[in-house]
Design a binder for this molecule. Structure first.
Ligand code: GTP
Ligand code: MG
Length: 198
């Protein structure tokens, strides 16, 4: 898919203020600082469109962007940052859970995972919640530029093995880097295919 335009539309703390659900939509989520906003900027080739920061907790709202005037891309707040976020309820704010469970035009949620880390319980818990709620999702491993080829392959393999301990099937997954644009074509092609199925 060729990116012709990418524009910020609106930020919301509540699904009620989101644009009318008239276009196909995909959203990006994951732990704070995993690289959601950076990945979005890399995808649409527009540095600074989604605000990034080295400090976790930068994105606090549901941010809608419209791409090629034909689909919405959504940057969501990270989870798992607050010190108190030990429990599911506290870890995944209502903003996130409401948006995901109620947004009728959401076709796919991309769950971002830092490729350098061992499977984190908060991510596994979140995936479980998606499964229980029937939300279609894919995995996007981020910051792949930070690992050598062998270590990267080893980590991804081990992540998938962990998932297979509780899932009978693996979701689609992508290896990406906002720094090197690795995975950009694959992700855009995938988004194109899900928007067309709609
Ligand atoms: P919150 O909005 O706080 O939840 O964070 P986020 O997930 O949107 O992360 P963000 O894109 O702001 O990036 C966090 C930090 O990671 C920034 O310092 C980025 O420069 C860095 N970063 C993000 N993606 C990559 C990547 O692919 N490679 C490298 N090397 N650094 C990255
Ligand atoms: Mg962000």
């Amino acid at each position: 898919m060729l990116i012709k335009s990418a524009k910020f539309v609106i930020s919301n703390s509540d699904i009620k203020g989101c644009p009318a659900p008239k276009l196909p939509e995909v959203a990006f989520i994951g732990r704070s600082n995993v690289g959601k906003s950076s990945l979005i900027n890399m995808l649409v080739n527009h540095k600074g469109l989604a605000k990034t920061s080295a400090k976790p907790g930068k994105t606090q709202l549901i941010n809608h962007f419209v791409v090629n005037d034909s689909w919405y891309l959504v940057d969501l707040p990270g989870y798992g940052y607050a010190q108190t976020s030990k429990t599911l309820r506290a870890g995944f704010s209502q903003i996130i859970t409401n948006y995901i469970s109620k947004r009728t035009s959401l076709l796919n949620l991309f769950v971002l995972i830092d490729c350098r880390l061992e499977p984190q319980s908060i991510d596994l818990q979140f995936l479980r919640w998606l499964g229980q709620n029937g939300v279609p999702f894919s995995l996007v491993f981020t910051k792949c530029d930070k690992l050598g080829k062998n270590k990267l392959a080893e980590n991804i393999d081990s992540y998938k093995k962990t998932l297979l301990e509780e899932w009978s099937e693996l979701p689609p997954s992508f290896l990406t880097s906002a720094a090197s644009a690795m995975g950009r074509d694959e992700l855009l092609q995938y988004i194109d295919s899900i928007c067309k199925q709609k």
